[in-house]
Design a protein around this ligand. Structure first.
Ligand SMILES: *Cc1c(COP(=O)(O)O)cnc(C)c1O
Length: 216
């Protein structure tokens, strides 16, 4: 697999769904990838990247950002409240807003800076005990709470349970976004991004299918 293959598959999935391919942002998730692979993708002109740890992103992205100022960087992994300030220095979007305390912290920082990254509320669509995310039943209340804090919500994000058919989770997320008036849907990874596009994904987060297996 490579970036070109994924871009081709993304465009085909979009067309089959009757959607313009340009409506879907391909986030290349570069966590734990050797720098040479990331640089190769940067050199093709691709500019949307994702990381799942603040610390790891802080170690590698400032230099690439200086070199490629049009990069947009997405935090797709969990955010600890005490790393929120550092996250806002690094990221253009946060896909893991999942609790009131973090919302409050981001709202305070946004106020202080006069700017806020695009925010996606992570929903634990499978209600898995070990997984982050707002429970489906709590979502509408949480969205209302964020709006009271003037937080700019871009949409919803989910990571379906590994053993489930993802389609049901994607359509659940789409319904929850629609009823809350949220346009963005961050869903779909290497194994299921085409299904996610069929269900309305606006942001797909693809790692290993672009870069190859991660180096743990
Ligand atoms: C790692 C990661 C991805 C990308 O996973 P792949 O299976 O390599 O495509 C997407 N989303 C999140 C939240 C991740 O942590």
């Amino acid at each position: 697999m490579s970036l070109t293959d994924i871009t081709t598959r993304l465009a085909r999935a979009a067309t089959e769904a009757g959607r313009p391919p340009g409506d879907i942002t391909l986030i290349a998730v570069s966590k734990l990838q050797p720098p040479a692979r990331v640089e190769a993708v940067l050199k093709t002109g691709h500019r949307a990247f994702g990381e799942n740890r603040v610390q790891e992103a802080a170690g590698k992205w400032p230099e690439w950002r200086a070199q490629y100022p049009e990069v947009s960087l997405h935090l797709v992994g969990p955010l600890q409240t005490n790393k929120a300030r550092q996250a806002l220095d690094l990221f253009d979007a946060v896909h893991s807003l999942d609790r009131p305390r973090l919302a409050r912290r981001l709202a305070d920082l946004a106020q202080e800076r006069g700017a806020c990254p695009a925010l996606f509320v992570q929903v634990n669509t499978g209600a898995e005990p070990q997984k982050a995310g707002v429970l489906p039943d709590d979502l509408d209340g949480f969205v209302a709470e964020c709006r009271e804090m003037d937080l700019p919500l871009a949409g919803l994000m989910c990571i379906p349970p590994v053993d489930d058919e993802p389609a049901g989770h994607f359509s659940m997320l789409r319904d929850m976004a629609a009823r809350n008036g949220l346009p963005g849907l961050s869903m779909g990874m290497s194994d299921d991004f085409e299904t996610a596009i069929a269900h309305g994904a606006t942001h797909v987060r693809v790692g290993s299918a672009i870069f190859g297996a991660r180096d743990y």
